[in-house]
Design a protein around this ligand. Structure first.
Ligand SMILES: [Zn+2]
Ligand SMILES: [Zn+2]
Ligand SMILES: [Zn+2]
Length: 275
């Protein structure tokens, strides 16, 4: 399974849109891996995770041809992960597509429906929405996709268990420590997780005074619990992802050594890896 991290920031990106903090001023000058756009990931060039405000930028920068991607699973309805306005350009003649062009499908919780209803009601738009329910498994673009409940403050946010050809990915954006129902589901699984992408919005903090995100300390404890359940072992690759300029030690030179010492790899925009 090819995993391409297209964007690796929290809502306002790094450097943040209007921000003059030390981190953002520095990153505007130095660029490189510290420039992070809104969180989005592509699997095997065919399954998109989230449809945020930097989707078009990601297509241009990382060579993604959206006309060849048929399916997008959405984690939750925060604007950095779901920006449905762009879907209007599926409409002819904004998109010049052959008669047999298949529908672009958005898969997600019932929170998505009201946000796409008007757009997808237009018969000239080759797009459709499919509701998916937590703890059920769906075949999407050749992957087995199981939405799990997240802890994130929107009505029905998901993290995803995604499997293909014997490989298993846990995509945990956005979420704080998982709700009990998700832990119970995970405890009943007899699987090996090959890769986990953890929410690390708080950077290298040990803990946070809010529930809805994680930080390196929470990532460590979450990984331990998964290890106790037998889902994680030394071969599981654990990535930290979804960073904020307000997080602790968020610049690459500070973040990467601390993450590595804790057994985590750090994502950056454009990173491609394989499991
Ligand atoms: Zn987010
Ligand atoms: Zn800033
Ligand atoms: Zn969010």
């Amino acid at each position: 399974m090819k995993i391409q991290f297209l964007g690796t920031a929290a809502a306002e990106a790094i450097p943040a849109v209007f921000c003059t903090c030390d981190v953002c001023r520095k990153v505007r000058k130095t660029g490189g891996k510290d420039v992070r756009t809104r969180c989005q990931t592509l699997l095997d060039d065919s399954l998109l995770i989230d449809f945020g405000p930097d989707t078009y930028h990601h297509c241009l920068t990382w060579g993604v041809d959206l006309s060849r991607v048929r399916d997008c699973i959405v984690t939750h309805v925060h604007q950095d992960h779901f920006q449905p306005a762009e879907l209007t350009y599926l409409r002819r003649p904004f998109a010049v597509t052959p008669e047999d062009y298949p529908y672009f499908r958005i898969w997600g919780s019932e929170d998505i429906a009201p946000l796409v209803a008007e757009t997808f009601a237009n018969p000239r738009i080759r797009g459709e929405y499919r509701e998916i329910r937590p703890f059920n498994t769906y075949e999407i673009a050749g992957f087995s996709v199981t939405p799990l409940k997240a802890n994130h403050g929107t009505a029905h946010p998901y993290v995803y268990l995604i499997e293909k050809e014997g490989k298993c990915l846990l995509y945990a954006h956005d979420s704080g420590l998982f709700p009990d129902e998700t832990w119970e589901y995970l405890a009943g699984l007899e699987k090996h997780l090959d890769l986990i992408s953890f929410d690390c919005t708080g950077g290298t903090e040990d803990d946070l005074d809010y529930e809805a995100h994680m930080c390196l300390g929470r990532n460590v404890r979450c990984r331990e619990r998964l290890k106790e359940m037998g889902l994680v072992d030394e071969s599981t690759r654990c990535f930290v992802n979804h960073f904020s300029h307000n997080g602790k030690d968020v610049l690459w030179e500070d973040l990467e050594p601390q993450a590595r010492a804790a057994g985590f790899e750090v994502t950056y925009d454009g990173l491609i890896t394989e499991i």
